[in-house]
Design a protein around this ligand. Structure first.
Ligand SMILES: O=C(O)c1ccccc1NCC(=O)[C@H](O)[C@H](O)COP(=O)(O)O
Length: 278
């Protein structure tokens, strides 16, 4: 792995605390994984992956029907929530979310902090027809090819973790592979930077990745600043019908929900309740 990653995420980097620790682990992980599989091998695996599903189209379809576009998340654990679901069955969750009316899935593949794995994404996608976001911390072109090789239809780019040049480079590779991009922001400055990208999908994360404090007023502040040609997605901390109403009122008719759904026994009913809330 090029040393540029180490310098970009080194001790002097001005990065939020938890995010900084996650990224330090990620640099090492990518170094190891890309050492085990060459760039040409990962590109060939990406070329042989199942055809991409239309992530943005699935969300737009729900919105055009006057419904909420729900991206339902599959994750076993998180830094803020600890272990969230046990036993954890990605394929069963994917089927339940689809039956409950979700438009898309989000699957955590980061191992150290979320107990995720590529196999979770592969199993979830194979169990349903929904487009799937690979939820991970992408810092290198190699990971974008790896995402497509897993079958991902969309990747996450966290603006707080990337320079503008890096974000543009990773977005261009994703687009060349027919994957969508969810550009994630947490403040006005990051939103401005995200609007320099081509993607329509602007994720407003209500969770501060430095402190893990979550405040859904973040979407109420930022979603009205998103131009009409983009699609704001409210992420994190959404639990009730009232929360979904607040997000829709702020202009976010797409929502990404994880922990609330995953802590329910009947995840299908929980997903349906979120979809029917607005
Ligand atoms: O969830 C965390 O604790 C976390 C910590 C550090 C970086 C990212 C983190 N979460 C990723 C997410 O954005 C959420 O998984 C996603 O928005 C769903 O949030 P929720 O509905 O609150 O599970």
């Amino acid at each position: 792995m090029p040393d540029i990653l180490t310098s970009a995420y080194g001790l002097d980097a001005d990065l939020p605390d938890v995010l900084k620790r996650i990224l330090a682990d990620k640099v090492e992980e990518v170094r190891q994984r890309s050492g085990a599989k060459s760039q040409s091998a990962i590109e060939s695996a990406a070329a042989n992956a199942p055809r991409p599903r239309d992530f943005v189209g699935a969300l737009c379809e729900r919105i055009s029907e006057g419904r909420i576009g729900l991206i339902a998340e599959i994750k076993k654990a998180s830094p803020s929530g600890g272990v969230i679901r046990e036993p954890f069955e990605p394929a069963a969750l994917a089927r339940a979310y689809e039956a409950g009316g979700a438009a898309c899935l989000s699957v955590l593949t980061d191992a150290p902090w979320f107990q995720g794995a590529a196999e979770h994404l592969v199993a979830a996608r194979a169990a349903c027809k929904l487009p799937v976001l690979r939820k991970d911390f992408l810092i290198s072109p190699w990971q974008v090819f790896e995402s497509r090789a897993m079958g991902a239809d969309c990747i996450l780019l966290i603006l707080a973790a990337l320079s503008d040049d890096q974000a543009r480079e990773l977005e261009a590779i994703a687009r060349s592979l027919d994957m969508a991009v969810l550009a994630e922001v947490h403040d006005e400055r990051e939103l401005e930077r995200a609007l320099g990208l081509e993607t329509r999908l602007i994720g407003v994360n209500n969770r501060n990745l430095r402190t893990l404090v979550t405040d859904i007023a973040t979407t109420e502040r930022l979603a009205p600043l998103v131009p009409p040609d983009r699609l704001p997605v409210a992420e994190s901390g959404l639990r009730t019908a009232a929360d979904v109403h607040r997000m829709a009122e702020a202009g976010a008719r797409c929502i990404l929900v994880g922990e609330h759904l995953l802590r329910e026994v009947d995840v299908e009913a929980a997903a349906r309740a979120m979809v029917e809330a607005a």
